[in-house]
Write a protein that binds this ligand. Structure first.
Ligand code: HEM
Ligand SMILES: [Cu+2]
Length: 581
Protein backbone atom coordinates (compact mmCIF):
# COMPACT_ATOMS: atom_id res chain seq x y z
CA UNK A 1 0.00 0.00 0.00
CA UNK A 2 1.07 3.59 -0.31
CA UNK A 3 1.25 3.68 3.50
CA UNK A 4 4.75 2.39 3.43
CA UNK A 5 5.72 4.51 0.47
CA UNK A 6 4.61 7.75 2.04
CA UNK A 7 6.40 7.06 5.28
CA UNK A 8 9.55 5.93 3.56
CA UNK A 9 9.83 9.43 2.11
CA UNK A 10 10.71 10.60 5.58
CA UNK A 11 14.32 9.61 5.73
CA UNK A 12 15.03 10.74 9.23
CA UNK A 13 13.33 8.37 11.59
CA UNK A 14 13.38 4.64 11.91
CA UNK A 15 10.05 3.17 12.79
CA UNK A 16 8.64 -0.25 13.34
CA UNK A 17 4.90 -0.53 13.53
CA UNK A 18 3.12 -2.69 16.03
CA UNK A 19 -0.40 -2.86 17.31
CA UNK A 20 -0.98 -2.09 20.95
CA UNK A 21 -2.17 -5.10 22.91
CA UNK A 22 -5.76 -4.65 23.91
CA UNK A 23 -5.48 -6.37 27.25
CA UNK A 24 -1.95 -6.50 28.51
CA UNK A 25 -1.34 -8.18 31.84
CA UNK A 26 0.84 -5.51 33.36
CA UNK A 27 -0.40 -1.99 33.66
CA UNK A 28 -0.07 1.01 35.92
CA UNK A 29 -2.76 -0.15 38.32
CA UNK A 30 -1.43 -3.62 39.05
CA UNK A 31 2.34 -3.16 38.95
CA UNK A 32 2.31 -1.41 42.29
CA UNK A 33 -0.63 -2.00 44.59
CA UNK A 34 -1.77 -1.12 48.06
CA UNK A 35 -2.60 2.15 49.79
CA UNK A 36 1.01 3.06 50.47
CA UNK A 37 1.94 2.72 46.82
CA UNK A 38 -0.80 5.23 45.99
CA UNK A 39 0.15 7.73 48.68
CA UNK A 40 3.81 7.71 47.70
CA UNK A 41 3.48 7.26 43.98
CA UNK A 42 5.33 9.52 41.59
CA UNK A 43 3.40 8.14 38.61
CA UNK A 44 1.68 11.06 36.90
CA UNK A 45 -1.31 8.85 36.11
CA UNK A 46 -1.99 7.91 39.70
CA UNK A 47 -1.42 11.49 40.83
CA UNK A 48 -3.93 12.58 38.21
CA UNK A 49 -6.44 10.10 39.59
CA UNK A 50 -5.86 11.32 43.14
CA UNK A 51 -6.57 14.86 41.97
CA UNK A 52 -9.64 13.58 40.18
CA UNK A 53 -10.99 11.94 43.33
CA UNK A 54 -10.25 15.04 45.41
CA UNK A 55 -11.81 17.57 43.06
CA UNK A 56 -14.88 15.35 42.68
CA UNK A 57 -15.27 15.37 46.44
CA UNK A 58 -14.93 19.15 46.65
CA UNK A 59 -17.26 19.62 43.70
CA UNK A 60 -20.02 17.90 45.62
CA UNK A 61 -19.17 19.84 48.80
CA UNK A 62 -19.39 23.11 46.87
CA UNK A 63 -22.50 21.88 45.07
CA UNK A 64 -24.25 21.08 48.31
CA UNK A 65 -23.60 24.62 49.53
CA UNK A 66 -24.98 26.02 46.29
CA UNK A 67 -28.17 24.02 46.71
CA UNK A 68 -28.54 25.35 50.25
CA UNK A 69 -28.11 28.92 48.99
CA UNK A 70 -30.65 28.37 46.22
CA UNK A 71 -33.12 26.75 48.60
CA UNK A 72 -32.84 29.68 51.01
CA UNK A 73 -33.73 32.03 48.15
CA UNK A 74 -37.06 30.26 47.60
CA UNK A 75 -38.81 33.01 49.59
CA UNK A 76 -38.01 36.77 49.73
CA UNK A 77 -37.30 36.65 53.49
CA UNK A 78 -35.77 33.96 55.67
CA UNK A 79 -36.67 30.46 54.42
CA UNK A 80 -34.70 28.14 56.67
CA UNK A 81 -31.22 29.46 57.46
CA UNK A 82 -29.86 32.55 59.21
CA UNK A 83 -28.54 35.50 57.21
CA UNK A 84 -25.05 35.03 58.61
CA UNK A 85 -24.97 31.38 57.67
CA UNK A 86 -26.17 32.36 54.22
CA UNK A 87 -23.22 34.72 53.79
CA UNK A 88 -20.84 31.96 54.81
CA UNK A 89 -22.46 29.49 52.46
CA UNK A 90 -22.10 31.55 49.30
CA UNK A 91 -18.55 32.51 50.28
CA UNK A 92 -17.53 28.91 50.74
CA UNK A 93 -19.39 27.84 47.64
CA UNK A 94 -17.37 30.32 45.57
CA UNK A 95 -14.04 29.64 47.25
CA UNK A 96 -14.40 25.85 47.12
CA UNK A 97 -15.58 25.82 43.51
CA UNK A 98 -12.81 28.11 42.29
CA UNK A 99 -9.74 27.20 44.33
CA UNK A 100 -10.47 23.60 45.24
CA UNK A 101 -12.32 22.43 42.15
CA UNK A 102 -12.06 24.49 38.98
CA UNK A 103 -8.42 25.64 39.05
CA UNK A 104 -7.07 22.08 39.49
CA UNK A 105 -9.82 20.36 37.45
CA UNK A 106 -8.57 20.08 33.89
CA UNK A 107 -4.88 20.99 34.38
CA UNK A 108 -4.06 18.98 37.49
CA UNK A 109 -6.48 16.07 37.09
CA UNK A 110 -6.82 15.44 33.35
CA UNK A 111 -3.58 17.24 32.44
CA UNK A 112 -1.51 15.11 34.75
CA UNK A 113 -2.88 11.92 33.33
CA UNK A 114 -2.84 12.85 29.66
CA UNK A 115 0.04 15.29 29.10
CA UNK A 116 2.96 12.81 29.31
CA UNK A 117 0.98 10.28 27.23
CA UNK A 118 0.46 12.88 24.51
CA UNK A 119 4.13 13.80 24.59
CA UNK A 120 5.37 10.21 24.38
CA UNK A 121 7.12 10.67 27.72
CA UNK A 122 7.27 8.27 30.64
CA UNK A 123 6.32 10.91 33.19
CA UNK A 124 6.34 14.66 33.81
CA UNK A 125 9.73 16.34 34.12
CA UNK A 126 9.70 16.45 37.94
CA UNK A 127 7.66 13.52 39.25
CA UNK A 128 8.42 14.13 42.94
CA UNK A 129 7.55 17.80 42.64
CA UNK A 130 4.31 16.63 41.10
CA UNK A 131 3.51 14.58 44.18
CA UNK A 132 4.46 17.52 46.38
CA UNK A 133 2.04 19.72 44.41
CA UNK A 134 -0.72 17.27 45.15
CA UNK A 135 0.00 17.25 48.86
CA UNK A 136 0.19 21.05 48.94
CA UNK A 137 -3.19 21.14 47.26
CA UNK A 138 -4.55 18.68 49.79
CA UNK A 139 -3.02 20.53 52.75
CA UNK A 140 -4.38 23.88 51.52
CA UNK A 141 -7.81 22.33 51.02
CA UNK A 142 -7.88 20.95 54.53
CA UNK A 143 -6.82 24.32 55.94
CA UNK A 144 -9.69 25.90 53.99
CA UNK A 145 -12.14 23.30 55.27
CA UNK A 146 -10.81 23.82 58.80
CA UNK A 147 -11.61 27.54 58.37
CA UNK A 148 -15.25 26.61 57.95
CA UNK A 149 -15.37 24.93 61.33
CA UNK A 150 -13.24 27.48 63.16
CA UNK A 151 -15.47 30.49 62.70
CA UNK A 152 -16.29 30.47 59.00
CA UNK A 153 -15.84 33.32 56.52
CA UNK A 154 -18.42 35.63 55.01
CA UNK A 155 -16.37 37.95 52.79
CA UNK A 156 -17.22 36.41 49.44
CA UNK A 157 -14.53 34.49 47.56
CA UNK A 158 -12.98 37.83 46.60
CA UNK A 159 -11.98 38.71 50.22
CA UNK A 160 -12.54 42.42 49.56
CA UNK A 161 -11.03 44.82 52.10
CA UNK A 162 -11.72 46.74 54.29
CA UNK A 163 -14.42 44.23 55.26
CA UNK A 164 -12.05 41.26 55.20
CA UNK A 165 -9.54 43.18 57.33
CA UNK A 166 -12.03 43.81 60.09
CA UNK A 167 -14.68 41.05 60.07
CA UNK A 168 -14.49 38.27 62.64
CA UNK A 169 -14.21 34.61 61.71
CA UNK A 170 -11.46 32.61 60.08
CA UNK A 171 -10.42 34.89 57.21
CA UNK A 172 -6.73 34.51 58.05
CA UNK A 173 -6.97 30.72 58.10
CA UNK A 174 -8.85 30.69 54.82
CA UNK A 175 -6.41 32.99 53.05
CA UNK A 176 -3.57 30.83 54.34
CA UNK A 177 -5.27 27.79 52.80
CA UNK A 178 -5.57 29.55 49.45
CA UNK A 179 -1.92 30.65 49.78
CA UNK A 180 -0.80 27.02 50.14
CA UNK A 181 -2.98 25.88 47.23
CA UNK A 182 -1.38 28.67 45.20
CA UNK A 183 2.01 27.01 45.57
CA UNK A 184 0.57 23.76 44.30
CA UNK A 185 -0.70 25.61 41.25
CA UNK A 186 2.63 27.36 40.60
CA UNK A 187 4.64 24.13 40.93
CA UNK A 188 2.30 22.30 38.57
CA UNK A 189 2.80 25.13 36.07
CA UNK A 190 6.59 24.88 36.33
CA UNK A 191 6.40 21.14 35.93
CA UNK A 192 4.19 21.22 32.85
CA UNK A 193 6.20 23.90 31.06
CA UNK A 194 9.42 21.98 31.62
CA UNK A 195 7.76 18.75 30.55
CA UNK A 196 6.49 20.23 27.30
CA UNK A 197 9.88 21.74 26.50
CA UNK A 198 12.10 18.83 27.46
CA UNK A 199 10.17 15.57 27.37
CA UNK A 200 8.67 15.47 23.89
CA UNK A 201 9.34 12.21 22.08
CA UNK A 202 11.70 12.30 19.09
CA UNK A 203 9.87 13.70 16.09
CA UNK A 204 7.26 15.53 18.15
CA UNK A 205 7.97 19.01 16.85
CA UNK A 206 5.99 22.06 18.01
CA UNK A 207 3.74 21.88 14.98
CA UNK A 208 2.70 18.33 15.94
CA UNK A 209 2.04 19.18 19.57
CA UNK A 210 -1.56 18.28 20.45
CA UNK A 211 -3.71 21.34 21.12
CA UNK A 212 -4.48 20.07 24.62
CA UNK A 213 -0.76 20.47 25.36
CA UNK A 214 -0.81 23.99 23.91
CA UNK A 215 -3.74 24.80 26.18
CA UNK A 216 -1.90 23.44 29.22
CA UNK A 217 1.19 25.37 28.19
CA UNK A 218 -0.65 28.70 28.03
CA UNK A 219 -2.35 27.89 31.34
CA UNK A 220 0.95 27.10 33.01
CA UNK A 221 2.38 30.44 31.96
CA UNK A 222 -0.55 32.22 33.63
CA UNK A 223 -0.26 30.05 36.73
CA UNK A 224 3.39 30.97 37.16
CA UNK A 225 3.00 34.68 36.50
CA UNK A 226 -0.31 35.48 38.19
CA UNK A 227 -0.57 33.20 41.22
CA UNK A 228 2.32 34.80 43.17
CA UNK A 229 0.45 38.13 43.06
CA UNK A 230 -2.57 36.54 44.71
CA UNK A 231 -0.39 34.83 47.28
CA UNK A 232 1.30 38.12 48.25
CA UNK A 233 -2.02 39.96 48.35
CA UNK A 234 -3.54 37.43 50.71
CA UNK A 235 -0.39 37.52 52.84
CA UNK A 236 -0.82 41.30 53.07
CA UNK A 237 -4.43 40.89 54.18
CA UNK A 238 -3.26 38.49 56.87
CA UNK A 239 -0.60 40.99 58.00
CA UNK A 240 -3.18 43.71 58.18
CA UNK A 241 -5.43 41.53 60.29
CA UNK A 242 -2.77 40.14 62.60
CA UNK A 243 -0.29 43.00 62.90
CA UNK A 244 -2.55 45.95 62.18
CA UNK A 245 -0.32 47.25 59.37
CA UNK A 246 -2.29 49.70 57.22
CA UNK A 247 -2.15 48.49 53.66
CA UNK A 248 -5.74 48.26 52.45
CA UNK A 249 -7.86 49.49 55.37
CA UNK A 250 -8.48 53.27 55.16
CA UNK A 251 -8.92 53.37 58.95
CA UNK A 252 -5.26 52.39 59.17
CA UNK A 253 -4.18 54.66 56.33
CA UNK A 254 -4.44 51.97 53.62
CA UNK A 255 -6.20 51.94 50.25
CA UNK A 256 -8.97 49.39 49.52
CA UNK A 257 -8.82 50.05 45.77
CA UNK A 258 -5.21 48.85 45.85
CA UNK A 259 -6.54 45.53 47.10
CA UNK A 260 -8.91 45.32 44.14
CA UNK A 261 -6.05 45.98 41.72
CA UNK A 262 -3.96 43.24 43.30
CA UNK A 263 -6.81 40.79 43.53
CA UNK A 264 -8.00 41.17 39.94
CA UNK A 265 -4.51 41.21 38.58
CA UNK A 266 -4.52 37.55 39.57
CA UNK A 267 -8.17 36.76 39.30
CA UNK A 268 -8.88 37.89 35.80
CA UNK A 269 -5.96 35.82 34.42
CA UNK A 270 -7.21 33.10 36.76
CA UNK A 271 -10.46 32.91 34.84
CA UNK A 272 -8.27 31.90 31.92
CA UNK A 273 -6.51 29.33 34.09
CA UNK A 274 -10.03 27.98 34.42
CA UNK A 275 -11.00 28.07 30.75
CA UNK A 276 -7.94 27.76 28.46
CA UNK A 277 -7.25 24.09 29.32
CA UNK A 278 -10.93 23.49 28.54
CA UNK A 279 -10.32 24.94 25.07
CA UNK A 280 -7.62 22.32 24.63
CA UNK A 281 -10.05 19.53 25.47
CA UNK A 282 -12.52 20.92 22.93
CA UNK A 283 -9.97 20.81 20.10
CA UNK A 284 -9.03 17.19 20.82
CA UNK A 285 -12.61 15.98 20.93
CA UNK A 286 -13.84 17.93 17.91
CA UNK A 287 -11.10 16.52 15.74
CA UNK A 288 -11.53 12.94 16.97
CA UNK A 289 -15.29 12.85 16.52
CA UNK A 290 -15.42 14.54 13.16
CA UNK A 291 -12.47 12.46 11.89
CA UNK A 292 -10.92 15.51 10.37
CA UNK A 293 -7.69 17.39 10.65
CA UNK A 294 -8.23 20.31 13.00
CA UNK A 295 -8.92 23.45 11.00
CA UNK A 296 -6.43 26.26 11.64
CA UNK A 297 -4.00 24.43 13.91
CA UNK A 298 -1.70 27.40 14.47
CA UNK A 299 -4.59 29.82 14.88
CA UNK A 300 -5.97 27.68 17.72
CA UNK A 301 -2.57 27.10 19.33
CA UNK A 302 -1.50 30.74 19.22
CA UNK A 303 -4.89 32.15 20.19
CA UNK A 304 -4.50 30.32 23.53
CA UNK A 305 -1.26 32.21 24.09
CA UNK A 306 -2.91 35.44 22.92
CA UNK A 307 -5.75 34.97 25.40
CA UNK A 308 -3.22 34.30 28.16
CA UNK A 309 -1.38 37.51 27.24
CA UNK A 310 -4.39 39.82 26.84
CA UNK A 311 -5.85 38.32 30.02
CA UNK A 312 -3.15 40.17 31.95
CA UNK A 313 -4.25 43.56 30.63
CA UNK A 314 -7.95 43.67 31.43
CA UNK A 315 -8.28 43.41 35.22
CA UNK A 316 -9.60 46.97 35.54
CA UNK A 317 -12.98 45.92 34.05
CA UNK A 318 -13.88 44.71 37.54
CA UNK A 319 -13.39 48.23 38.88
CA UNK A 320 -15.47 50.47 36.64
CA UNK A 321 -17.49 51.58 39.67
CA UNK A 322 -14.65 51.51 42.22
CA UNK A 323 -13.52 55.08 41.68
CA UNK A 324 -11.08 54.25 38.91
CA UNK A 325 -10.04 57.10 36.56
CA UNK A 326 -12.35 57.38 33.55
CA UNK A 327 -9.43 57.17 31.14
CA UNK A 328 -8.20 53.98 32.80
CA UNK A 329 -11.71 52.52 32.57
CA UNK A 330 -11.87 53.33 28.88
CA UNK A 331 -8.54 51.63 28.22
CA UNK A 332 -9.55 48.56 30.23
CA UNK A 333 -12.88 48.42 28.44
CA UNK A 334 -11.17 48.54 25.04
CA UNK A 335 -8.67 45.87 26.00
CA UNK A 336 -11.49 43.70 27.35
CA UNK A 337 -13.16 43.73 23.94
CA UNK A 338 -9.91 42.47 22.42
CA UNK A 339 -10.28 39.16 24.28
CA UNK A 340 -13.20 38.47 21.98
CA UNK A 341 -10.88 38.22 18.97
CA UNK A 342 -8.76 35.15 19.84
CA UNK A 343 -11.83 33.53 21.40
CA UNK A 344 -13.81 34.16 18.23
CA UNK A 345 -10.94 32.68 16.20
CA UNK A 346 -11.22 29.48 18.21
CA UNK A 347 -14.97 29.23 17.80
CA UNK A 348 -14.59 29.75 14.06
CA UNK A 349 -11.91 27.09 13.70
CA UNK A 350 -13.84 24.53 15.73
CA UNK A 351 -16.92 25.09 13.62
CA UNK A 352 -14.84 24.83 10.45
CA UNK A 353 -13.39 21.54 11.72
CA UNK A 354 -16.87 20.12 12.16
CA UNK A 355 -17.92 21.33 8.72
CA UNK A 356 -18.23 18.32 6.40
CA UNK A 357 -16.61 16.07 8.98
CA UNK A 358 -17.92 12.55 9.45
CA UNK A 359 -19.41 13.38 12.80
CA UNK A 360 -20.05 10.72 15.40
CA UNK A 361 -22.39 12.09 18.04
CA UNK A 362 -20.95 10.25 21.03
CA UNK A 363 -21.34 11.62 24.54
CA UNK A 364 -18.01 13.53 24.70
CA UNK A 365 -19.00 15.47 21.58
CA UNK A 366 -22.46 16.05 23.00
CA UNK A 367 -20.90 17.71 26.03
CA UNK A 368 -18.81 19.82 23.67
CA UNK A 369 -21.95 20.99 21.87
CA UNK A 370 -23.30 21.99 25.29
CA UNK A 371 -20.06 23.87 25.83
CA UNK A 372 -20.42 25.70 22.50
CA UNK A 373 -23.82 27.12 23.25
CA UNK A 374 -23.26 27.96 26.91
CA UNK A 375 -19.77 29.38 26.54
CA UNK A 376 -20.93 31.54 23.67
CA UNK A 377 -23.61 33.08 25.90
CA UNK A 378 -21.05 33.46 28.71
CA UNK A 379 -18.47 35.12 26.47
CA UNK A 380 -20.89 37.50 24.76
CA UNK A 381 -22.39 38.64 28.05
CA UNK A 382 -18.78 39.30 29.12
CA UNK A 383 -18.55 41.80 26.26
CA UNK A 384 -21.76 43.39 27.55
CA UNK A 385 -20.20 43.72 31.02
CA UNK A 386 -17.02 45.10 29.52
CA UNK A 387 -18.92 48.11 28.14
CA UNK A 388 -18.55 50.76 30.82
CA UNK A 389 -22.02 52.28 30.57
CA UNK A 390 -23.74 48.90 30.79
CA UNK A 391 -21.53 47.67 33.61
CA UNK A 392 -22.42 50.67 35.80
CA UNK A 393 -25.96 49.34 35.69
CA UNK A 394 -25.16 45.61 35.82
CA UNK A 395 -22.25 45.58 38.24
CA UNK A 396 -22.81 43.38 41.29
CA UNK A 397 -26.18 42.15 40.04
CA UNK A 398 -27.37 38.66 39.20
CA UNK A 399 -26.43 39.42 35.60
CA UNK A 400 -22.79 39.03 36.62
CA UNK A 401 -23.57 35.82 38.48
CA UNK A 402 -25.24 34.43 35.37
CA UNK A 403 -22.36 35.59 33.16
CA UNK A 404 -19.61 33.88 35.08
CA UNK A 405 -21.59 30.73 35.64
CA UNK A 406 -22.16 30.47 31.90
CA UNK A 407 -18.41 30.77 31.44
CA UNK A 408 -17.24 28.64 34.33
CA UNK A 409 -19.91 25.97 34.46
CA UNK A 410 -21.28 26.16 30.92
CA UNK A 411 -17.75 26.51 29.57
CA UNK A 412 -15.23 24.84 31.78
CA UNK A 413 -17.32 22.27 33.65
CA UNK A 414 -18.85 21.12 30.37
CA UNK A 415 -15.39 20.89 28.79
CA UNK A 416 -14.14 19.03 31.85
CA UNK A 417 -16.99 16.53 31.65
CA UNK A 418 -16.40 16.13 27.94
CA UNK A 419 -12.73 15.40 28.58
CA UNK A 420 -13.56 13.06 31.43
CA UNK A 421 -15.90 11.03 29.22
CA UNK A 422 -13.43 11.12 26.35
CA UNK A 423 -10.44 9.85 28.34
CA UNK A 424 -12.38 7.69 30.79
CA UNK A 425 -11.74 4.45 28.84
CA UNK A 426 -8.00 5.17 28.86
CA UNK A 427 -7.97 6.11 32.55
CA UNK A 428 -10.08 3.25 33.92
CA UNK A 429 -10.05 0.70 31.13
CA UNK A 430 -13.85 0.63 31.20
CA UNK A 431 -16.70 1.93 29.05
CA UNK A 432 -19.55 3.78 30.74
CA UNK A 433 -23.18 3.48 29.76
CA UNK A 434 -23.45 5.65 26.66
CA UNK A 435 -27.23 6.07 26.80
CA UNK A 436 -27.10 7.27 30.37
CA UNK A 437 -24.27 9.63 29.46
CA UNK A 438 -26.39 11.21 26.74
CA UNK A 439 -29.41 11.54 29.02
CA UNK A 440 -27.30 13.07 31.79
CA UNK A 441 -25.81 15.56 29.33
CA UNK A 442 -29.33 16.61 28.35
CA UNK A 443 -30.42 16.94 31.98
CA UNK A 444 -27.37 19.06 32.81
CA UNK A 445 -27.93 21.28 29.80
CA UNK A 446 -31.60 21.86 30.61
CA UNK A 447 -30.99 22.24 34.35
CA UNK A 448 -28.21 24.71 33.73
CA UNK A 449 -30.32 26.95 31.53
CA UNK A 450 -33.31 26.82 33.87
CA UNK A 451 -31.00 27.86 36.71
CA UNK A 452 -29.08 30.67 35.09
CA UNK A 453 -31.13 32.19 32.25
CA UNK A 454 -33.64 33.77 34.70
CA UNK A 455 -30.68 35.34 36.50
CA UNK A 456 -29.86 37.47 33.45
CA UNK A 457 -33.40 38.83 33.57
CA UNK A 458 -33.49 39.55 37.29
CA UNK A 459 -30.00 41.00 37.16
CA UNK A 460 -30.84 43.44 34.43
CA UNK A 461 -33.94 44.43 36.43
CA UNK A 462 -31.75 45.24 39.41
CA UNK A 463 -31.58 42.14 41.62
CA UNK A 464 -28.24 42.52 43.45
CA UNK A 465 -25.96 39.53 44.04
CA UNK A 466 -25.12 38.21 47.51
CA UNK A 467 -28.41 39.43 49.08
CA UNK A 468 -30.35 37.41 51.63
CA UNK A 469 -33.64 39.29 51.26
CA UNK A 470 -35.16 40.54 48.02
CA UNK A 471 -38.31 42.28 46.84
CA UNK A 472 -41.26 40.10 45.92
CA UNK A 473 -41.12 41.04 42.25
CA UNK A 474 -38.16 38.66 41.85
CA UNK A 475 -39.64 35.65 43.60
CA UNK A 476 -40.80 33.72 40.54
CA UNK A 477 -37.39 34.14 38.89
CA UNK A 478 -35.68 32.89 42.02
CA UNK A 479 -38.00 29.92 42.27
CA UNK A 480 -37.45 28.86 38.67
CA UNK A 481 -33.71 29.21 39.27
CA UNK A 482 -33.90 27.05 42.39
CA UNK A 483 -35.84 24.32 40.60
CA UNK A 484 -33.25 24.44 37.84
CA UNK A 485 -30.45 23.94 40.35
CA UNK A 486 -32.08 20.71 41.57
CA UNK A 487 -32.31 19.44 38.00
CA UNK A 488 -28.67 20.38 37.48
CA UNK A 489 -27.67 18.62 40.69
CA UNK A 490 -29.51 15.51 39.57
CA UNK A 491 -27.61 15.53 36.28
CA UNK A 492 -24.23 15.70 38.04
CA UNK A 493 -25.21 12.90 40.43
CA UNK A 494 -26.18 10.77 37.47
CA UNK A 495 -22.76 11.28 35.87
CA UNK A 496 -21.14 10.29 39.13
CA UNK A 497 -23.33 7.20 39.35
CA UNK A 498 -22.72 5.73 35.90
CA UNK A 499 -19.02 6.57 35.86
CA UNK A 500 -18.38 4.88 39.20
CA UNK A 501 -20.60 1.99 38.19
CA UNK A 502 -18.60 1.49 35.01
CA UNK A 503 -15.48 0.84 37.08
CA UNK A 504 -17.14 -2.24 38.58
CA UNK A 505 -19.58 -3.30 35.88
CA UNK A 506 -18.48 -1.55 32.73
CA UNK A 507 -17.49 -3.25 29.53
CA UNK A 508 -13.75 -3.63 28.96
CA UNK A 509 -12.46 -0.76 26.84
CA UNK A 510 -10.29 -1.40 23.82
CA UNK A 511 -7.10 0.60 23.40
CA UNK A 512 -8.60 3.11 20.98
CA UNK A 513 -12.41 3.07 21.20
CA UNK A 514 -12.85 6.38 19.34
CA UNK A 515 -10.45 5.58 16.50
CA UNK A 516 -8.36 8.62 17.38
CA UNK A 517 -5.02 9.42 15.78
CA UNK A 518 -3.62 11.02 18.93
CA UNK A 519 -0.68 9.35 20.64
CA UNK A 520 -2.33 8.61 23.99
CA UNK A 521 -4.71 6.26 22.19
CA UNK A 522 -1.95 4.27 20.56
CA UNK A 523 -0.79 2.66 23.79
CA UNK A 524 -2.59 -0.21 25.41
CA UNK A 525 -5.52 0.19 27.79
CA UNK A 526 -4.76 0.36 30.70
CA UNK A 527 -1.47 2.13 30.04
CA UNK A 528 1.73 0.41 31.20
CA UNK A 529 3.40 1.83 34.31
CA UNK A 530 5.96 3.72 32.24
CA UNK A 531 3.48 4.51 29.46
CA UNK A 532 5.53 3.30 26.50
CA UNK A 533 7.39 0.04 26.21
CA UNK A 534 9.80 1.80 23.86
CA UNK A 535 10.35 5.45 23.10
CA UNK A 536 7.82 6.30 20.42
CA UNK A 537 8.98 8.11 17.33
CA UNK A 538 6.48 10.62 16.06
CA UNK A 539 6.04 10.72 12.32
CA UNK A 540 2.48 11.98 11.92
CA UNK A 541 0.57 14.72 13.65
CA UNK A 542 -2.23 13.95 16.13
CA UNK A 543 -4.93 15.14 13.72
CA UNK A 544 -3.77 13.50 10.50
CA UNK A 545 -7.05 11.75 9.74
CA UNK A 546 -6.30 11.83 6.03
CA UNK A 547 -3.62 9.19 6.62
CA UNK A 548 -4.46 5.52 7.18
CA UNK A 549 -4.74 4.23 10.72
CA UNK A 550 -1.85 1.76 10.38
CA UNK A 551 0.53 4.66 10.17
CA UNK A 552 -0.36 5.63 13.70
CA UNK A 553 0.42 2.43 15.50
CA UNK A 554 3.38 3.05 17.64
CA UNK A 555 6.81 3.23 16.20
CA UNK A 556 9.79 2.56 18.36
CA UNK A 557 13.08 4.29 18.43
CA UNK A 558 15.99 2.11 17.59
CA UNK A 559 18.01 2.93 20.65
CA UNK A 560 15.49 4.64 22.83
CA UNK A 561 16.21 4.98 26.52
CA UNK A 562 13.24 7.12 27.35
CA UNK A 563 15.12 10.38 27.03
CA UNK A 564 16.64 10.00 23.62
CA UNK A 565 16.60 12.37 20.71
CA UNK A 566 18.23 10.06 18.22
CA UNK A 567 18.56 12.41 15.33
CA UNK A 568 19.65 10.22 12.46
CA UNK A 569 17.17 7.41 12.66
CA UNK A 570 15.75 6.12 9.44
CA UNK A 571 12.25 5.32 8.45
CA UNK A 572 11.50 1.73 7.56
CA UNK A 573 8.23 0.15 6.73
CA UNK A 574 6.36 -2.45 8.69
CA UNK A 575 8.34 -5.49 9.63
CA UNK A 576 11.59 -4.24 8.19
CA UNK A 577 14.75 -5.12 10.02
CA UNK A 578 15.49 -2.65 12.75
CA UNK A 579 19.08 -3.66 13.22
CA UNK A 580 20.05 -2.34 9.81
CA UNK A 581 21.50 0.98 10.84
C1 HEM B 1 -13.11 32.94 30.17
C2 HEM B 1 -13.54 32.66 31.35
C3 HEM B 1 -14.21 33.64 32.28
C4 HEM B 1 -14.47 33.40 33.58
C5 HEM B 1 -14.15 32.10 34.31
C6 HEM B 1 -15.05 34.58 34.14
C7 HEM B 1 -15.41 34.72 35.49
C8 HEM B 1 -15.87 35.87 36.05
C9 HEM B 1 -16.17 36.04 37.45
C10 HEM B 1 -15.94 35.00 38.53
C11 HEM B 1 -16.67 37.28 37.61
C12 HEM B 1 -17.24 37.83 38.87
C13 HEM B 1 -16.33 38.65 39.64
C14 HEM B 1 -17.01 39.06 40.92
O1 HEM B 1 -17.03 38.26 41.88
O2 HEM B 1 -17.53 40.20 40.96
C15 HEM B 1 -16.63 37.93 36.31
C16 HEM B 1 -16.99 39.24 36.06
C17 HEM B 1 -16.74 39.90 34.87
N1 HEM B 1 -16.33 39.34 33.67
FE1 HEM B 1 -15.84 37.42 33.42
N2 HEM B 1 -15.17 35.52 33.17
C18 HEM B 1 -14.67 34.98 32.01
C19 HEM B 1 -14.64 35.58 30.78
C20 HEM B 1 -14.95 36.89 30.54
C21 HEM B 1 -14.87 37.52 29.26
C22 HEM B 1 -14.53 36.80 27.95
C23 HEM B 1 -15.18 38.82 29.46
C24 HEM B 1 -15.23 39.92 28.46
C25 HEM B 1 -14.79 39.86 27.23
C26 HEM B 1 -15.46 39.00 30.86
C27 HEM B 1 -15.82 40.20 31.44
C28 HEM B 1 -16.19 40.34 32.75
C29 HEM B 1 -16.50 41.59 33.36
C30 HEM B 1 -16.45 42.95 32.68
C31 HEM B 1 -16.84 41.32 34.70
C32 HEM B 1 -17.18 42.34 35.76
C33 HEM B 1 -18.61 42.47 35.97
C34 HEM B 1 -18.90 43.30 37.17
O3 HEM B 1 -18.15 43.24 38.16
O4 HEM B 1 -19.88 44.05 37.12
N3 HEM B 1 -15.33 37.82 31.47
N4 HEM B 1 -16.15 37.03 35.38
CU1 LIG C 1 -11.96 39.97 34.63
Amino acid sequence: MDTAESSSNLKKIQVQRFKPDDNPDNHYLNEETGLWSWLTTVDHKKIGIMYLASITFFFFVGGLMALLVRTELWTPAKTFIEANTYNQLFTLHGAVMIFLFLVPSVPAALGNFILPLQLGAKDVAFPRLNLLSYYLYLAGSFIAIYAIFSGGIDTGWTFYTPYSSSTGGAVTTMTFGVFVIGFSSILTGVNFITTIHKMRAPGLSWDKLPLFCWGLYATSVIQILATPVLAITLALVAMERILGIGIFDPALGGDPVLYQHFFWFYSHPAVYIMIVPGFGVVSEIISTFSKKHIFGYWAIALSSLAIAFIGFLVWGHHMFVSGQATLASMVFSFLTFLVGIPTGIKMFNWTATLYKGSIKLASPLLYIFGFFFLFLVGGLTGIVLGSIALDVHLHDTYYVVAHFHFVMVGGMVMAFLAGLHYWWPKITGKMYNETMAKIACGIIFVGFNVTFLPQFVMGSQGMPRRYFNYIEQFQSFHQVSTIGSYILGLGFLMVFYYLVKSIYRGEQATSNPWGSRALEWQISTLPPLHNFHHTPVIVNGPYDYHKPMEEFQLGLAESGNGHGHDADLEVTKEGEDLSAE
